[in-house]
Design a protein around this ligand. Sequence first.
Ligand SMILES: NC(=O)c1ccc[n+]([C@@H]2O[C@H](COP(=O)([O-])OP(=O)(O)OC[C@H]3O[C@@H](n4cnc5c(N)ncnc54)[C@H](OP(=O)(O)O)[C@@H]3O)[C@@H](O)[C@H]2O)c1
Length: 211
Amino acid sequence: MGTVSCQISMSLDGYVAGPEQSRQDPLGRGGLRLHEWFFGLDAWREQHGLSGGEHTVDAEVVEEMTRDVGAYIMGRRMFGDGGGRWEPGWRGWWGEDPPFRTPVFVLTHQEREPLPMAGGTEFHFVTEGPRAALARAREVAGDRRISVAGGADTVRQFLAAGLLDVLQLHIVPIVLGAGEPLLAGLGDLRLAQESVVAGPTVTHVTYRVLR
Ligand SMILES: NC(=O)c1ccc[n+]([C@@H]2O[C@H](COP(=O)([O-])OP(=O)(O)OC[C@H]3O[C@@H](n4cnc5c(N)ncnc54)[C@H](OP(=O)(O)O)[C@@H]3O)[C@@H](O)[C@H]2O)c1
């Protein structure tokens, strides 16, 4: 079975999104600063159909994050469109050719038909919780890795249920002060540090989740 991992950018005070997520601020107020470290990287730009960019140790981390991923899982707030009933026509934040290029299982309480996109991405909407999403992801991923892409609520549920093997934090030296805390309420979560990569503006720490 493929490893189940999460790679996520976190502020020094433990947030993966700022407060007040909205159409204008999908990552919440100030949250975009969590992602600034990768916008100029060649690896990220290539995944998003853009050319150019720098090839740094951070770019190698981004390449590794997406290598051999057979399915993604994310929460409905990461997919977008707030909450409640689906807004007609909402197809995610990423345009018609999202960067995932595999099936993506979206946790939600609102049923919805699968949504095929260009480039191999297909969004599936799962209403039965994290274990069901993981079972469906395993069916399509086979021995390839499964990436739990976020946000905080979704990752916390995977950690609480013991469903995550690897957690990689991209620790960004900013303080958000409020927002979506990644590790709140997880109690006695135990992690073993596996590796550290120090980039020029961000530090990537990989932990194995102990059961
Ligand atoms: N820093 C990073 O690298 C990073 C990475 C990914 C995302 N993000 C950010 O994180 C934020 C989103 O995180 P979040 O914690 O607010 O939310 P989230 O985990 O993306 O989504 C939570 C939503 O998913 C649905 N859901 C979750 N668990 C469920 C379950 N067991 N059964 C059914 N539905 C379930 C519910 O939606 P409904 O009830 O409304 O259907 C819930 O409100 C966004 O700002 C996003 O941009 C940051």
